[in-house]
Design a protein around this ligand. Structure first.
Ligand code: ZN
Length: 191
């Protein structure tokens, strides 16, 4: 967008004339809007520092607000790639990779999300918040060690040549042409 229409959009958002703003993560660094109810990330931020700052645009008026972080494994690859392309000194670069690793760990933790962030910033006494996705998760923990071993065993027996669709097909006993052609139905992990 040219700067004029960008400024106009920003103004409309600040004065509640539009309710939703879709933007790059640079948006809103300088604006002070107190009643943002949702911050939705459609991609993985590179650091917890960045995420904290961006997500922190929600609920500055103290009312309940929601931060949703959507990410996929490709995001990590993209961030890794971008980081690798930077002109940073090698030790700085390694530091940034560690920060990215923390961000990825945040996405995969099963602990309280708020506690994770507070711990990251050095607060080791942080308690569970009781409000985040993990604190309110009612699902039971199930031991799937045996099933996981079957998956790995199947990958090994197919000599690690196939992707997840084929492996899932073999494990579930599919009669897919390709599975029969490769004689994968004769493996002990078939079905
Ligand atoms: Zn929590």
């Amino acid at each position: 967008m040219d700067s004029e229409s960008r400024e106009q959009s920003q103004e409309q958002f600040v004065y509640d004339e539009v309710n939703v703003m879709v933007a790059t993560n640079a948006f809103g660094m300088g604006i002070n809007k107190s009643n943002v109810r949702y911050v939705i990330h459609a991609q993985l931020p590179r650091t917890i520092e960045a995420y904290y700052q961006e997500a922190g645009r929600a609920g500055r008026d103290g009312l309940d607000s929601e931060c949703i972080l959507l990410f996929s494994p490709q995001d990590v690859q993209i961030q890794n790639f971008l980081l690798d392309q930077t002109q940073l000194a090698e030790d700085r670069k390694q530091q940034e990779f560690l920060k990215l690793r923390s961000m990825v760990n945040y996405c995969h933790t099963e602990d309280c999300l708020m506690k994770f962030i507070l711990k990251y910033f050095g607060d080791n006494d942080a308690k569970n918040c009781g409000r985040c996705l993990h604190c309110t998760d009612q699902r039971q923990t199930v031991d799937v060690t045996k099933e996981a071993q079957m998956v790995f065993s199947c990958m090994k027996r197919t000599r690690e040549r196939f992707g997840k669709t084929m492996i899932a097909g073999v494990l579930s006993g599919s009669s897919n042409r390709k599975i029969i052609d490769f004689k994968l139905d004769q493996l002990s992990t078939y079905g």
